[in-house]
Design a protein around this ligand. Structure first.
Ligand code: MV4
Length: 449
């Protein structure tokens, strides 16, 4: 097992990793920018190294500075968290070249799944269902028309270098297709420096369902059920739950088994999340994430597993020590992402926390690095706290979530707490009858479902 882990991240996930290490008797090194000198995980870490000025490119993305901090403190492993360098294959490679363990998959698997086209082709060959569409990139009008006629309209054109919904265009007929193709390629060139686009059948009202995978170095792979992350605004998840209110045990076993088999064949190691769109009872692969995710706590609460500790264990060479039949799902968990943003305008609201009162009681968890007097810097993402609530079933969970939200007070800045307080009482949220467009089209947009 590692003696000292350098946490190459900040905010709530840095604190989450620190807590996992502390319980395992592993020393921690916090690296921080000048703007994060007062961050909670920096205060709690065994050692701390300032790696640069506020901007992420000069600090949390500064590979030489992070490696120097690891060398000077004698860390034997690096945990990248999520975001920043978590899915940077080169970072994983240079960490390993410096004789330390990168807590995550191999650089090859990070690179493989980081490439949209190759990732999709790989998982398709491994038996995972994918969205019907073009084999690879589409360049000419002729090709585009052939692909569209083969699968029928509507079709979606996606920039391969895009992500988070950027560079996507829907076409409902031939004329729209040709205009959309030209526009998409031009915009992709301008925005991503890469004009490559692919085509897929457009799914009109899918849900976003993701399967959590955990694998060790010895070919043992399990799935830990799914998370329903359909409540999103501008491709940012707002609300996540496990398990999904619409997936049956039989479906879970089927899709989970397909993901496990694929990851076994791939020789995958560590945590991984296989993302799907789900519509009319069918799953369609969209991408795979090779990092721990923001929403990992909902899976932890329904399985009883500490996923960050499992990640550290398998990275240090431990076998899983359990098999799929040992994985039991109990109860229901919901996570609300509370952002330091105005809940009407969504304008970021950095600033000093004047007072901070978190909810508690049975089944209430708050993952946050906030404290009274802490100043949220304006340089990074706006995630302020994750409120994660557990219940014996979904209704119990929703009731407990409602109470926890009413108790939560964050003074001195705007937050999206008011949004969550409205969501938890909305009939569609209570029923679980929503899809990826619901928040923007129905809740905000006033459309009928
Ligand atoms: C799609 C789709 C519908 N059909 N692909 C958006 C970002 C990237 N993760 C994939 N995305 C989508 N791909 C096909 N063939 C709809 C979306 C999409 C979406 C997906 C998941 C969660 C929220 C979304 C919001 C808008 C569009």
């Amino acid at each position: 097992m590692f003696k000292k882990v350098l946490i190459a991240n900040r905010g709530e996930i840095a604190l989450r990793i620190l807590r996992a290490c502390r319980e395992m008797g592993i020393k921690t090194v916090a690296v921080h920018s000048k703007a994060d000198v007062d961050a909670k995980h920096v205060r709690l870490a065994d050692e701390r190294v300032c790696i640069g000025p506020a901007s992420a490119k000069d600090s949390y993305l500064n590979i030489p500075a992070i490696l120097a901090a690891a060398e000077v403190t004698g860390a034997d492993a690096v945990h990248p968290g999520y975001g920043f360098l978590a899915e940077n294959a080169n970072f994983a490679k240079v960490v390993e070249e410096h004789g330390m363990t990168f807590i995550g998959p191999t650089p090859e698997h990070i690179a493989l799944m980081g490439d949209k086209i190759i990732g999709k082709q790989t998982v398709k060959a491994l038996g995972i269902p994918v969205v019907p569409g073009s084999e690879g990139a589409v360049t000419t009008h002729k090709e585009a028309l052939e692909v569209a006629h083969a699968m029928g309209y509507p079709v979606l054109i996606k920039a391969t270098a895009g992500g988070g919904g950027k560079g996507m265009k829907v076409a409902y007929n031939d004329d729209e297709l040709l205009d959309a193709l030209d526009m998409a390629r031009m915009e992709a060139k301008a925005n991503f420096g890469n004009e490559e686009v692919l085509m897929e059948k457009y799914l009109r009202k899918p849900r976003h369902i993701e399967i959590q995978i955990l694998a060790d170095n010895y070919g043992n792979v399990v799935h830990l059920g799914e998370r329903d992350c359909s409540i999103q605004r501008r491709h940012q998840k707002v609300w996540e739950e496990a398990l999904s209110p619409v997936i049956t045990p039989e479906q879970r076993q089927a899709i989970g088994g397909q993901c496990v088999d694929a990851m076994k064949k791939l020789g995958y190691r560590g945590l991984g999340t296989v993302e799907f769109l789900y519509e009319d009872g069918k799953f369609y692969f969209i991408e795979m994430n090779t990092r721990v995710q923001v929403e990992h706590p909902v899976t932890e609460l329904v399985t009883g597993l500490d996923l960050v500790q499992q990640q550290i264990r398998v990275a240090s060479g431990d076998p899983l020590g359990f098999t799929q039949k040992d994985i039991k799902f109990r109860g229901h968990a919901i996570e609300c992402r509370i952002n330091a943003e105005n809940s009407e305008t969504f304008m970021p609201s950095p600033g000093t926390i004047s007072y901070y009162h978190v909810p508690g009681g049975f089944g209430v968890r708050v993952d946050s690095a906030l404290y009274a007097g802490y100043r949220i810097p304006p340089y990074y993402d706006s995630l302020a706290a994750k409120l994660i609530v557990y219940g014996k079933d979904r209704a119990d969970c929703m009731d407990r979530l409602r109470g926890a939200l009413s108790e939560f007070i964050i003074g001195g800045i705007d937050t999206t707490l008011p949004l969550h307080r409205k969501l938890v009482d909305h009939p569609d949220m209570r029923s679980g009858d929503y899809n990826i467009h619901w928040l923007e089209k129905v809740f905000f947009g006033g459309d009928k479902k």
